[in-house]
Design a protein around this ligand. Structure first.
Ligand code: N01
Length: 552
């Protein structure tokens, strides 16, 4: 149960060396809610945010076509009754500008901005054992002492810029989807290249193609995309959801990805039905659109044979949409469906029927280099006015490890995670007392509706802080044993699935040199049940240390 009440006697227990109770890194959905909860506990907090405003992912990813792939009535906070009743989404899948307006509305509504320092990056965090405080420094030269640090840094926030020869010397415009300019970008009359065909490429390519004189898409690995069938929201449907919003949220919290309770997964193995029934089921999911496609059967992510049948259905769809058979073949993925994050599209495959769009396969023959005016593949140079890097992120660990974090005895997080991230429940790392990750590696995070997981983590952290202060302890820290065990569970579960079979960002495989380790925890809502069980069992696997004598 969440305790939203203020913590008694917190001031008496607070370390004298601390300027604030909490430093929160990031003002996306996690940071905003963490700040709100901290205030509710009577704790003081400061948030540092690199952007000039709130929104996190939705602040940075302003590329054309950017939209959420979770439906808007589900991808939104549930913590405040009036907020969820009063806010009105306009479309089934909200656009980036609308989600950003929502984040901004939340910041205003709960008067959060006064504790947020914008345009400021946290560069280091050092734990002082004697004072049981963290010393946090920023790129503006400020140092703040805090009892707790919450890394609300986002799972997909640190962009992955490919190391291609000559890129720095290219004189045309270079844009990264994850760091898109704030001013309008026009491609009208331009020769444009897009490198990358993950979700960001797949969303932006159709819109760039409409503007550009010529668009060349450099594809290394084709991806599966399911149509979004986006549409304006029906006011009657919204009213029906709002009439029982809490029930709707609760049902989603019991779904395997924390959304989709209106179309639950079909609990039948793929090969247990005949061809006709299978096709009917897949057609129905295709017409419904979006990520619930993978819920057509219960073993798509587990059984390679089942996966292949479903993958072939999507390949057939691609072949039926794309006019040129050679292009259709090149766009048809061969890896297992769902192994890389499934994409949700609007007119992606049909875009390749346009006469101004060319697909260049760079799987067998990688991009050789940039010249000052273009890109060379297979000895052939193509010239471009603009290049869009839709090359993704150093996911889940990148934004955390950008900060120089040193815990007990000066141990460096970069060292501790040198062979892959190690956390207990995706919430804490041994050796780093009072430091928390939100949706950290080892939690279901990116495999779920992120806002549901954010609320879960922030509520847990808030309850842990309240518990700590009530019990008079100075710090909470995951144990090495519990962490080792958890990391082995995360990997063992992944090994039962098709996830390790391709080079996805879930495995860190998209970033050269990054250790290959499956980072998210597979198993929602079992994860939340387990966390509840651990918490009820006196925070099994966490240790509470007394306030250091020097602090008291
Ligand atoms: O990044 P990605 P993304 N030469 O890593 C290619 C979320 N998201 O920004 O697959 C040539 O998926 C790379 O090729 P390969 C969502 O969770 C959500 O698109 O490594 N190509 C790949 O095609 C998503 O999964 C939404 O062979 C190179 C592409 O770049 C996650 O963010 C919208 C290359 C990167 O794809 C990341 O998506 C957008 C090189 N040197 C994003 N380097 C929604 O809510 C990389 N690539 C809908």
């Amino acid at each position: 149960m969440s305790d939203h009440g203020p913590v008694a006697d917190v001031n008496a227990l607070r370390g004298s060396a601390a300027d604030v109770d909490l430093v929160i890194v990031g003002a996306g959905f996690a940071g905003l809610y963490m700040l709100h909860r901290a205030r509710g506990l009577g704790l003081t907090a400061r948030v540092f945010e690199a952007g000039t405003d709130v929104g996190g992912t939705w602040y940075w990813n302003r590329y054309p076509g950017a939209r959420c792939d979770t439906e808007s009535v589900e991808y939104s906070y549930s913590f405040d009754h009036d907020l969820q009743q009063e806010w009105e989404w306009s479309e089934r899948y909200a656009t980036q500008p609308e989600i950003l307006r929502y984040a901004s509305h939340v910041a205003d509504r709960f008067e959060l901005r006064r504790d947020i320092t914008f345009s400021t990056r946290v560069v280091s965090a050092r734990f002082g054992e004697a004072s049981t405080t963290w010393s946090i420094t920023t790129d503006a030269g400020e140092t703040v002492a805090a009892r707790f640090v919450v890394l609300a840094t986002g799972s997909l926030s640190s962009t992955n810029r490919p190391d291609i020869d000559g890129l720095d010397g290219y004189t045309g415009r270079v844009l990264h989807t994850g760091e898109w300019p704030h001013e309008p970008v026009s491609f009208t009359g331009e020769r444009v290249a897009v490198i990358g065909t993950g979700s960001s490429g797949i969303q932006s390519i159709p819109l760039i193609a409409e503007q550009a004189e010529r668009l060349t898409v450099f594809q290394r690995t084709p991806n599966y995309a399911i149509p979004a069938h986006n549409r304006p929201l029906d006011p009657d449907d919204v009213a029906a959801i709002k009439a029982r919003y809490d029930e709707f949220r609760a049902a989603n919290r019991r779904m395997t990805a924390a959304f989709g309770s209106r179309l639950p997964g079909n609990d039948v193995p793929t090969l247990a039905v005949d061809d006709e029934e299978r096709r009917t089921m897949l057609d129905r999911r295709w017409e419904h659109g979006g990520l619930p496609f993978l819920g057509a059967f219960n073993d798509i992510l587990l059984d390679p044979a089942a996966n292949e049948v479903v993958a072939e259905y999507v390949r057939d769809r691609i072949r039926s949409i794309v006019d040129d058979p050679a292009v259709a073949d090149a766009l048809a993925p061969t890896n297992r469906i769902g192994c890389k994050r499934l994409c949700v599209d609007t007119d992606y495959y049909a875009t390749f029927n346009r006469s101004n769009v060319e697909l260049v396969d760079v799987n067998d023959e990688p991009i050789e280099r940039f010249t000052t005016t273009g890109i060379v593949v297979g000895g052939v140079e193509r010239e471009f006015d603009s290049v869009v890097l839709a090359t993704g992120f150093d996911a889940m660990t990148g934004s955390v490890l950008k900060i120089d974090i040193r815990g007990r005895d000066g141990c460096e997080l970069r060292e501790v995670w040198a062979h892959g991230p190690r956390t207990y429940l995706g919430l804490q790392v041994p050796g780093f007392p009072n430091l928390f990750t939100v949706n950290g590696p080892g939690s279901p995070s990116v495999l779920t509706n992120m806002i549901v997981s954010i609320e879960h983590h922030v509520d847990w952290i808030s309850d842990a802080l309240a518990h700590l202060d009530r019990s008079g302890a100075g710090s909470i820290e995951a144990t090495v044993e519990a962490t080792d065990h958890w990391v082995s569970i995360v990997n063992a579960i992944a090994d039962f699935t098709i996830f390790p079979s391709c080079n996805s960002w879930y495995l860190g495989a998209n970033v050269p040199g990054k250790p290959r380790q499956f980072m998210p925890f597979l198993g929602f809502p079992a994860y939340t049940d387990q966390v509840a069980d651990i918490t009820a069992d006196a925070y099994r696997g966490f240790e509470f240390h007394p306030v250091h004598p020097d602090t008291g």
